[in-house]
Design a protein around this ligand. Structure first.
Ligand SMILES: Cc1cc2nc3c(=O)[nH]c(=O)nc-3n(C[C@H](O)[C@H](O)[C@H](O)COP(=O)(O)OP(=O)(O)OC[C@H]3O[C@@H](n4cnc5c(N)ncnc54)[C@H](O)[C@@H]3O)c2cc1C
Ligand code: FES
Length: 355
């Protein structure tokens, strides 16, 4: 009798991955999907497990839930929730369910988190507001292997830790390159710009994230807001090495002319990739500015209006407001959700806002 009641309350959850792979788990009534999958040996993509980071965002194709556990609107917007998206770490199904994940099954156990010690190797301001930082990991550990677009959490020796996306591709050099926006009152970034010195120790946790290049035939359109260029640079550098003839588009937006960075890196990439088109814009131009004017979302909208958007696959990255505006713009343009991939640079101080 007891066993019958328990079976009745255990839900069967089917998981569908981007590469067509399927997996099945069971979920207890008081269990979220990430926890249930872990109990059954599947490490689904997740990071905070508190509804803050959006790494576990997925689509509930079938099934019900009463309400999601508390989460931040920066991780899942009301419109995404209305559309059927959920956060697997916040979802306790109240029926059998089917869930679609926008990454291949090979990601499920492949990228277990590791911890590495490293040191700050180079720190230089590359615009009025952006620092380029190179971290070198210790020779005693294997070099970190990651996919272009992924990020790590960097912990400073003063205890402050933040997430940053690698701008270079993974290799044996032990060098990880980052582009960090410097906020005057930013605990991490102002320390990096004002106080950190070369050789200082850091701890890296990762790699993390599922903002990765999909191996599709479509032309990638990258939309980068400010330091959202970092993971996009890693993706473009991978394409330049593997598929230099690949037609690609980069739309890069900044607020002020003084914020713009990355000219040298983009010059090398356009030389390596003859079919790469780079469109750069700022919101506040000055007399010297010859590029586009407007928000990066407006510039992207101008670019894609009138083209058959189903030929493209969209990768966009930047601060939450830019991500929300770009998602809305692409939705309005009729871009299918499986052709949109984004990384949201949710500031850590917003991570605990429940929405
Ligand atoms: C997955 C992921 C990847 C990331 N990758 C990068 C990266 O490659 N490069 C990068 O520069 N950042 C990246 N970020 C953001 C980064 O982790 C920090 O949140 C950011 O650098 C601010 O940290 P801080 O300690 O300097 O500022 P905090 O001390 O956390 O914030 C201080 C103040 O800075 C201001 N502030 C902070 N963030 C913003 C914002 N987005 N918009 C407006 N004001 C803000 C606010 O006034 C805030 O009160 C990423 C975030 C995530 C979640
Ligand atoms: S792991 Fe679910 S929102 Fe971060």
């Amino acid at each position: 009798m007891i066993r019958l009641e328990r079976d009745e309350m255990t839900y069967s959850v089917k998981l569908f991955f981007e590469d067509g792979h399927e997996a099945a788990i069971t979920c207890e009534p008081d269990e979220d999907v990430i926890t249930a999958a872990l109990r059954q040996g599947l490490i689904l993509m997740s990071e905070c497990r508190e509804g803050a980071c959006s790494t576990c965002k997925c689509f509930l194709a079938d099934g019900e839930y009463t309400e999601l556990l508390p989460f931040s609107v920066y991780a899942l917007s009301p419109s995404e929730q209305e559309e059927g998206y959920v956060l697997a770490c916040r979802l306790r199904p109240s029926s059998d369910a089917e869930i679609e994940f926008d990454y291949p099954f090979s990601m499920v156990q492949q990228y277990e988190e590791t911890e590495r010690r490293g040191s700050l190797d180079q720190i230089e301001m590359v615009s009025d507001t952006v620092a380029r930082v190179v971290v070198r990991t210790m020779a005693a550990q294997d070099p970190m292997q990651y996919l272009p677009g992924q990020f790590v959490r960097i912990a400073l020796s003063n205890g402050v830790s933040r997430d940053f996306s690698m701008a270079n591709v993974s290799d044996d050099s032990r060098r990880l390159e980052f582009f960090i926006r410097v906020y005057p009152d930013g605990e991490f970034s102002s320390y990096i710009a004002r106080s950190a010195s070369s050789g200082e120790g850091v701890t890296l946790y990762g790699p993390r994230g599922k903002f990765i290049l999909r191996d599709h035939d479509r032309t990638p359109v990258f939309i980068a807001g400010g330091t959202g260029l970092a993971p996009v640079l890693a993706m473009l550098r991978r394409l330049a090495a593997d598929r230099p003839a690949q037609p690609s588009v980069l739309i890069f937006g900044n607020t002020n002319v003084g914020d713009v960075f990355g000219a040298d890196e983009l010059k090398v990439l356009t030389e390596q990739m003859p079919n790469l088109q780079v469109v750069s814009g700022v919101i506040n131009p000055d007399d010297s500015w010859t590029g586009e004017v407007g928000t990066v979302t407006e510039i992207a909208q101008k670019y894609i209006s009138g083209v058959d958007s189903s030929q493209f696959e969209y990768y966009y990255c930047g601060p939450p407001k830019m991500i929300e505006a770009t998602t809305q713009m692409l939705e309005s343009a009729g871009v299918a959700r499986d052709l949109r991939h984004h990384e949201d640079f949710v500031p850590s101080r917003m991570e605990n806002d429940n929405g």
